[in-house]
Design a binder for this molecule. Sequence first.
Ligand code: DGT
Ligand code: CA
Ligand code: CA
Ligand code: ZN
Length: 603
Amino acid sequence: MTNAEVARVFTRIAVMLEMQGQNPFRVRAYREGARVIESLAEPVAAMAAEEGRIEALRGIGKDLAAKIRDIVTTGTTELYDELQKTIPAEVVALTELQGLGPKRVKTLLDTLGIRNRDDLEAAAKAGRLRELPGFGEKVEQNVLKALAVASRGSGRMLLAAAWPVAETLVAHLKAVHGVKQVEAAGSLRRRKESVGDLDIVVTGGSSEAVMEAFVTHAYVADVLGRGETKSSVRLGNGLQVDVRHVPAGAFGAALLYFTGSKEHNIELRKIALEQGMSLNEYALTKGDTVVAARTEADIYAALGLAWVPPELREMVGEIEQARDGMLPRLIEPGDLVADLHMHTDRTDGHESIETMVRAVAERGYAYCAITDHSRAAGGGGFDEARVRQSVDEIAAVRRKFPKLEILHGLEVDILGDGALDMTDAGLQLLDWVLVSIHSRFDQPAADATRRVLAAIEHPAVRAMAHPTARLIGGRPGAQFDVERVFERAAALGVAMEINAQPDRLDLRDTHARLARAKGCRFVIDTDAHSIPQLDHMRFGVFVARRAGLTKADVLNTLPIARFREAIRAPGAAHGKAPAKAPARAKPAVKPKAAKAKAVKQTR
Ligand code: DGT
Ligand code: CA
Ligand code: CA
Ligand code: ZN
């Protein structure tokens, strides 16, 4: 059984216990257990075979460990079988659909006798869900969408989840005797937001030793194929990995080929043909002669091109730029000197301000912003009075960390009509105002566009956080006219955030590229809710690189003094004013933050 399968049993137990109204702590223990198992790179089945190893995992006690052993050996455990007598597993499986929680599934079962996806689809298509309590027409449509998404099944893994796995395997293969070079190619090397599988290219050492080391690695659950030049495995976390062993003289050609994208490769082959040459995964050749093969740079040079950073190999104009010597000098993680979006335990973060700030300081940043939520986001979100209190809290932490500049920020919800969830008096107490959408993601595009435009028009607003609010593999996000919003944001000097949370990566690469073309400036932030999340910054930088962004495009690369100037002056980060920068008007809709109803925290 894969880790995902074991985790699913735990999640289902949690849901069943919840549907029975059992102790929330017990429910949470199984959910937490599922999360722990899912995040393991090594197959939990293998770990279970060794004494004490799963017990040592955080969140897994003796009881859960025993159940894991049952599940990996028999596929089930007594409690799961017992619970299924009252709630069938196929009913529970319905809670795995986007937008259907235990409560709604219970309603479906009790009122319409819906027991599986087929029942559900038929009922939704017949328009019978909309009349149910807590449903409505919108939910009915979303159920149909969720069913379609589930049947497609993306089978892709977030880059951030695949990343440490790739690092581990690359290091493992590098340690094999005689091995000279190991690179993770494919979509991972291009830093796509999610990867279908890993493609690792190795040279040096004996193929026999490399493949043996690979297929016997602790992460491996199944060996799908083993050959001299190529082996494929499935890992405990479900990820497939292909390893290719190639001669040193052909490493560049193999790396180029397996890095892709396929479309970029096809274009390179066309260019080779036009010049009377031929390019494949072994070499660039002219007749029987090898022109270049050892390094990627050699091959690009022989084709009359500059070496293209893998993030740009997506047919986004990189071939022309490489030919004309116009490739951008992409931003690098080391260019960032600040993180301007993070939460503390004053709202939904895990750590106190002080602990969070200390972790920021340890990461070598020059400045940061503490940006808890406003009231509409729920979970203790701030109103004006709370912002006043926060002024003193920030002052106290500034005294403790004199070398780090700490901006007093807030992540202010954009209400449904575009008003900000904070009074003007509250906003004036802040150094750094982010605005973002946490509700009504499904507004019609025209309304969503008006909403966002009204919000960024407010003169206190400095940046828009995770602008579309999409979740990768989850919800598509707000559907507004991004071109109009980017144009207006550029004119107003409101920065667009690239949010580095692994399942957000919002703006996404294509949007960030468009925003840059419209003259927007950016910030790249972690939106950390805990200390480990501060280390997600690189994933935001990867998106920026895929969008062709340079250091000059990103405000939190600036020293604090220049940053302060830049956030006041539209277009200042480029060292030039944008073509037209109209004076900032008062918002079209009057903020009515005080009346905003607190709703449950949603991401
Ligand atoms: P993924 O795994 O879906 O996230 O995306 P990739 O890009 O890693 O794709 P994958 O693993 O199927 O193949 C790795 C690279 O190998 C791909 O980026 C380009 C190259 N490649 C694979 N199949 C073909 C092909 O039919 N033609 C060409 N020119 N290149 C290919
Ligand atoms: Ca791949
Ligand atoms: Ca592959
Ligand atoms: Zn946030």
